[in-house]
Design a protein around this ligand. Structure first.
Ligand code: F6P
Length: 362
């Protein structure tokens, strides 16, 4: 029997458990592979004693409907810059060679890493250093290059849309402007999808730095027409033309990204001062990452899991299955990490939003 190691890395999202289940079921159906899971990304391999569990169809039964990941995850365990303490000093060390040799010593023939952009950059590095690795695309931000959809995105859009739908009647009742901050670090996919789905008047995305004057004009004309409320959706990574993103440094060692959040409150203050309107802010935050995966994400998780296992079986390492034009096909990890997948300015989502009179802050 061959041995396959599976892990989830980076931020969690709905659908991860569906991939785990699909890989285990496909491997058992194949009959030549045993599947194991490293807990908390690569920490399960690097810790002593290691924390690796045997994944059987009994262990994964029914998990595809649950959010989160039964393997747990971390986004501060990059093996190429792993946080450590040496002689009382906090340092980062490259443990990738140690990781690869431990995986091989433990008898694993291949690894599947379910991750986002940062995780797959690490996978590409490990692949170049001799690890037999395959990726699976996940992130609610939907910003992995080469795939139309990542696991978790469609569920996050549903969650954001439902939240905005709930906010509209309260905004209407109080004649308020409601500003909803959604996730989306570099790309506005969640923002624009949920804004269109919920019928927002304004959608502000990282791809289009916004002009406060355009937003003021939109709100003024809306309230002048006698409409008593307005609905603004803004990505956490959106920024004004003259200004930057709103963020703070994380205090977690090894956490490489700035922690985003607060742009909605900044915008709300500007609107209050400029237009004397009642404005309320809702930051959806990690609510978008939790909950039951929707049917789309469950199906995508199953297809990605099965295809990732096929790549392993065929020895096609350094690859990742993606969803492109309705088909699942492999591309190289190198291509998938070559750039971010932001919304192209000529994309139909943008032109459709504009055509319906939605203000994109321009
Ligand atoms: O990358 C996915 C994401 O959900 C981003 O949208 C968000 O900025 C980030 O992760 C939050 O990460 P954390 O869970 O570490 O706060």
């Amino acid at each position: 029997m061959k041995k396959l190691l599976l892990l989830t890395s980076g931020g969690d999202c709905p659908g991860l458990n569906g991939v785990i289940r699909a890989v285990v079921k496909a491997a058992e159906h194949d009959g030549n592979w045993q599947v194991y899971g490293s807990r908390r990304a690569y920490c399960g391999v690097l810790e002593k004693p290691n924390d690796i569990i045997h994944l059987t169809s009994e262990v994964v039964a029914g998990i595809h409907v649950r959010g989160g990941t039964i393997l747990e995850t971390v986004n501060k365990g990059n093996p190429t810059a792993f946080p450590a303490e040496i002689a009382g000093e906090q340092v980062f060390i490259d443990r990738s060679d140690e990781l690869i040799s431990t995986i091989k010593q433990l008898g694993f023939d291949a690894v599947i890493n379910i991750g986002g952009d940062g995780s797959h950059r690490v996978s590409q590095h490990l692949f170049e250093h001799g690890l037999n690795i395959v990726g699976v695309p996940k992130t609610i931000d939907n910003d992995l290059y080469g795939t139309d959809y990542t696991i978790g995105f469609q569920t996050a859009v549903d969650t954001a849309t439902e939240a905005i739908d709930r906010l509209i009647p309260t905004a209407q009742s109080h004649n308020r402007v409601i500003v909803t901050e959604v996730m989306g670090r570099d790309a506005g996919w969640i923002c624009l999808h949920s804004a269109i789905a919920a019928g927002a008047e304004v959608a502000l995305i990282p791809e289009i730095p916004y002009d406060i004057e355009a937003i003021k004009a939109k709100l003024t004309s809306r309230f002048d027409k006698g409409h008593g409320f307005a609905n603004i959706v803004i990505s956490e990574g959106a920024k004004p033309i003259a200004g930057g993103i709103v963020s703070k440094q994380s205090n977690e060692r090894g956490y490489e990204n700035p922690v985003l959040g607060g742009i909605a409150e900044q915008l709300a203050s500007q609107i209050r001062v400029a237009l004397d309107l009642d404005v309320r802010v809702t930051v959806l935050g990690h609510i978008q990452r939790g909950g039951t995966p929707n049917a789309f994400d469950r199906v995508l998780a199953a297809e990605f899991g099965v295809q990732a296992f096929e790549l392993v079986k065929q020895g096609q390492f350094g690859f990742i299955p993606v969803s492109k034009d309705g088909e699942i096909k492999p591309i190289s990890l190198k291509e998938a990490t070559s750039e971010y997948r932001v919304i192209p300015l000529e994309h139909s989502l943008i032109t459709s939003a504009r055509a319906m009179g939605m203000c994109l802050g321009e």
